[in-house]
Design a protein around this ligand. Structure first.
Ligand code: HT7
Ligand code: ZN
Length: 844
């Protein structure tokens, strides 16, 4: 497969003035008739005419009413067209029933639905399927189904038909159609200018009881976007549809968002607090796309982070406002380090704005999304709160209705604030996570911080230039008082020093507060200093970071056989846990240990080949030591975390449940599962039920609870996903592959469903010690199943090959086993372009 290059971008020869589509629905032979008014693009001189189209049976085509026979070519068709505006008509036949790839028009659970981003519309009809071609759409749907939906406002309906009109010009990737037997939760929202918007959340009959939370989250998002960004909704109706077979979380189609059931359906009995939080964030994310993605879209897919980075940043701001800012930020950084740093440190590292790709579906990555969001956050830090919102106002007025670029975005900031962001642009073009070395000295009341930055080579980019890094720093005096409040230092050179005068004594620095840049800080500091910061830092992120770094030091020392600062860690932890001025959610996070993947990367960076088994054992040893050290504290603290009120999925209750469950994990090591069994038996919500089940599985006493869980939730696919995932996640390293293999034989292992496949194989990849067990069984099993999945759903298969992306860190035996698994995948006949690209990039 040939790569596509950003440098080759040319504007479209033809623009679309208006599109009319008629769908006559049939599971295996849906007819799609299109009437498209094309006008020549004054920005180009060529009038060559090409329409994308894949897996379409062309029935007829006409130009200005006269039938033609276009030339069918790879990926679409070509035709002779007039030199001036003309009307294109076509009729094609497609088969939604046999569309297992879940892109284009497909069927899920008896309903028709679509997924057009990035390039799915070309599987629906012939069209210029590129985001810089924007047009208003009229849609007529004919089908013997009670609910027939498309984008925009309804303009008419009758028995077996419905018509929709979306007046806002949009690219084809935002098109949506849904048809089926569905029930709506209805509500309304009055916008800031007094316009009444109908809200409908459509689900399959039986799921109505899981829609209240999603609807509230939607209304909160609409309000927030008005209050914070001044953005008002722009149609008469906003609809969400829940679909059980969906490749990603959700999709922001104009006025008709389509959601994976896992990203919208929620109830206390079936959803954990983490599920509620994720749902709230995804609903906000998709809604926010209405402005950052839909009204202003991307010129081409190289600009993907323009909409995704900004929209993730906006949803993170929203979650911070709805819940605890500090806890949300810590969770965002945990996710960034777990997914994006991992990507950036391996063979799949790429720029936030790539120069080339083979398959765009492979670029919906943590780098485009989460690192993209960090870049927005850094820009906000650099220009300040007020200037940020001024720049955003300019962005919305200047580019509304356009297909814009990342360059447009940066220029808006320059024009609005007067700052020169030339060097900052490097963040978009240079892959890899910068390492920031920190040294210090103190003399005559002057404290100096010396920084050195270096970004390691990444595929195709050997030499890196210095980045413009905002480093938020505060200084703490020896008595624990903050002597210099947060100041943002702007580092632009490879080496740079910053001084602080007039200090009475050497302070302790709190560096990279709020995680002000996506970098890895490297600083030798004593366990005592880390414990001091854990106790005194006023920046909640760095307070947590101090504890996390201390835990990491202990674990690394345990793995490498050095002296571990165990008592510093345990004492600091106990003080922090007893501090009831601290949010329980924060304390729960402080109790969590760094991920095994993070430790493996840290060891690798330090020149040590990581042994996943040793890392796992170190974690177990530390957890056991923690349980023993905190033994006396556990009963009282656990009792304080009981929630004596009806379940609410809010931050306050969720925080208590989170800390309660962290404490239960420790108690579990001492009582052999007794408290966990008691909690399982009385659980009235999924957070407790699942937390207790996890503990029981950890001590191998989960059989009864697993059977009970299954009998309670057998008919609920989303909960059964948890049943599958838990068994793999909690399997001992030597058993993980066998447990997974057994589960794949379960009649409920509906592997063509992305949620179910991910539940099992995603959990296996995350069970680091199990996945990397020396037997190599997990590698082979994963490869077998990816080979089986690829012809059915290439997007999911390709995405899940990332389980192997860290292979270069490991010893020769593991490297051999992983690379032979990858080569076996690559040698598969008919392997998709998506998987080919991923495996080739991984093998290098
Ligand atoms: N913009 C949406 C991306 C998406 C997607 C991409 C490829 C294949 C399937 C997909 N489903 C949704 C999701 C979002 O970022 O909001
Ligand atoms: Zn998005």
């Amino acid at each position: 497969p040939q790569p596509i290059y950003l440098a080759d971008y040319t504007p479209p020869n033809w623009l679309v003035e208006e599109v009319s589509l008629t769908f006559v629905l049939d599971p295996r032979a849906t007819r799609v008739r299109s009437t498209i008014r094309f006008t020549p693009n004054p920005a180009t001189t060529s009038r060559d005419f090409f329409l994308h189209g894949e897996q379409l049976k062309l029935i007829r085509a006409a130009i200005d009413g006269a039938g033609i026979t276009p030339e069918l070519v790879d990926g679409g068709l070509k035709a002779e067209v007039p030199g001036t505006a003309f009307t294109w008509e076509s009729e094609v036949e497609i088969s939604p029933q046999t569309n297992t790839a879940l892109e284009g028009l497909y069927m899920s659970n008896g309903m028709y639905c679509t997924q057009c981003e990035a390039e799915g519309f070309r599987r629906i009809t012939f069209y210029p399927d590129r985001p810089d071609v924007m047009a208003p759409f009229k849609v007529r749907i004919e089908g013997d189904l009670p609910v027939l939906l498309s984008n925009g406002n309804p303009t008419g309906s009758g028995d077996g038909w419905a018509e929709w009109h979306d007046p806002w010009p949009k690219p084809a990737y935002l098109f949506a159609l849904v048809a089926g037997e569905l029930i709506a939760r209805e509500d309304s929202f009055t916008t800031m200018s007094g316009k009444e918007v109908d809200l409908k959340l459509w689900v399959r009959p039986g799921d109505e009881g899981k829609t209240a939370f999603g609807m509230e989250a939607l209304k909160a998002s609409m309000k927030w976007d008005e209050q914070v960004y001044g953005r008002e909704y722009d149609l008469d109706i906003f609809q969400i549809v829940a679909v059980s077979d969906f490749n990603m979380g959700a999709m922001e189609n104009k006025g008709l968002n389509i959601f994976n059931t896992s990203a919208v359906l929620a109830s206390s009995k079936t959803s954990t607090d983490a599920n509620f939080e994720r749902i709230e964030a995804i609903i906000a994310h998709e809604y926010f796309h209405n402005w950052t993605g839909n009204r202003i879209t991307c010129r081409d897919w190289f600009q993907l982070s323009l909409k995704e980075g900004l929209t993730v940043f906006r949803d993170q701001q929203f979650s911070g406002d709805m819940r605890s800012k500090a806890v949300c930020r810590i969770n965002d950084v945990i996710a960034l380090r777990g997914r994006q740093f991992r990507e950036d440190n391996g063979p799949l590292a790429h720029q936030v704005q790539p120069d080339s790709f083979v398959e765009i579906n492979n670029f919906y990555t943590a780098t485009i999304y989460e690192k993209g969001a960090e870049l927005i956050g850094m820009m906000k830090t650099l220009v300040g709160e007020e200037e940020y919102y001024k720049a955003l106002d300019l962005y919305f007025t200047r580019h509304d209705g356009e297909a814009a670029t990342i360059e447009d975005w940066v220029r808006v900031f320059e024009d609005s604030t007067g700052r020169d962001l030339t060097q900052f642009r490097r963040w978009y073009k240079q892959a890899g996570t910068p390492r920031l070395k920190v040294m210090e000295d103190f003399k005559d009341g002057t404290y100096t911080l010396h920084f050195e930055q270096e970004t390691p080579p990444t595929p195709g980019q050997d030499k890196k230039q210095p980045q413009h890094i905002p480093i938020a720093v505060g200084l703490i005096g020896p008595n624990g008082d903050e002597v210099v409040p947060t100041r943002v230092l702007e580092m632009t050179e490879t080496k740079q020093s910053f001084t602080f005068d007039g200090l009475g004594a050497k302070p302790t620095p709190s560096i990279l507060r709020h995680f002000s840049a996506p970098v890895i800080v490297q600083r030798d500091s004593s366990p005592a200093e880390r414990a001091f910061l854990l106790a005194h830092d006023t920046d909640p992120f760095n307070k947590w970071e101090a504890g996390r770094t201390l835990a990491k030091d202990v674990l690394i020392a345990m793995v490498t056989g050095e002296d571990a600062p165990l008592s510093n860690y345990l004492e600091a932890l106990a003080v922090m846990l007893r501090d009831d001025s601290l949010d329980p959610a924060f304390r729960a996070l402080a109790l969590g240990l760094p991920g095994q993947d993070d430790l493996a990367q840290t060891l690798f960076d330090a020149g040590v080949t990581p042994d996943p088994q040793k890392i796992h054992r170190a974690g177990e040893t530390l957890k056991q030591a923690t349980a023993e050290h905190l033994h006396d504290l556990l009963p009282r603290l656990s009792a304080e975390m009981e929630v004596n009120a009806p379940f609410k999925p809010n931050a306050e209750q969720a925080g208590k449940r989170a800390l309660g469950l962290e404490l239960l994990k420790l108690t579990n090591r001492m009582d052999g599962g007794a408290a966990a069994q008691a909690l399982y038996d009385k659980a009235d919500n999924m957070t407790h039920r699942l937390g207790a089940l996890g503990c029981l599985l950890d001590v191998e006493k989960g059989a009864d609870a697993l059977a009970d869980f299954r009998s309670r939730f057998d008919g609920d696919a989303l909960v059964m996903d948890k049943w599958f995932a838990m068994q793999v996640a909690h399997a001992a390293p030597e058993k993980a592959a066998d447990v997974t293999a057994t589960l794949t034989q379960d009649p409920a292992f509906n592997w063509k469903n992305p949620n179910r496949f991910r539940a099992v194989f995603g959990a296996l990849a995350m069970n680091q010690a199990g996945f990397h067990h020396v037997s190599g069984k997990a590698y082979a099993l994963t490869a077998d199943w990816l080979i089986k999945l690829d012809p059915v759903n290439h997007q999911i298969a390709a995405r899940m090959t990332t389980a192997f992306e860290t292979w270069r860190r490991y010893d020769a035996d593991r490297q051999d086993m992983i690379t032979s698994a990858l080569r076996r995948i690559l040698a598969t006949d008919g392997l998709s372009r998506d998987s080919q690209e991923m495996v080739r990039r991984m093998l290098g």
